[in-house]
Design a protein around this ligand. Structure first.
Ligand code: HEC
Length: 104
């Protein structure tokens, strides 16, 4: 009887851990901008704001895709179709674009 309970609780624990690690808005794959990421097109504060806006606005319907999943030209198309789904202003959208394209 006791071992049945133990089995039950370990299954529950494993399921909980899996569902937590799988749930969206996983920011682990999102690079934290440093001075090494600065380009002619993007300052460090712009990249940092872009990351914050991305996390706040783009993970409501699905998980946060890693910036490295797509090329910068793919991101341009994605941002054009996704940004209107958010309440962001055009200057905020530009910052998100700078972040996901690493200032390209
Ligand atoms: C209102 C819900 C909603 C919001 C907000 C939203 N998306 Fe999406 N997103 C979707 C849906 C639905 C799909 C899948 C269908 C599609 O591609 O249109 C998707 C797909 C994606 C994909 C995968 C595209 C592909 O072809 O592989 C990326 C990347 C993405 N979104 C990025 C973003 C970014 C960046 C933002 C913030 C600017 C954002 N999404 C905000 C609903 C949303």
């Amino acid at each position: 009887m006791k071992s049945r309970f133990l089995t039950f609780f370990s299954v529950v624990a494993v399921v909980l851990v899996i569902s937590c690690t799988k749930s969206g808005n996983d920011t682990n794959s999102l690079y934290i901008p440093t001075s090494a990421d600065v380009t002619a097109n993007a300052t460090l504060p712009e990249l940092q704001q872009g990351r914050a806006l991305y996390v706040d606005n783009c993970g409501q319907c699905h998980g946060l895709y890693s910036p490295d999943n797509y090329t910068s030209s793919q991101w341009s198309g994605i941002i054009s179709s996704m940004a209107p789904k958010t309440g962001m202003s055009s200057s905020e959208i530009l910052l998100v674009k700078k972040y996901v394209t690493r200032g390209k």
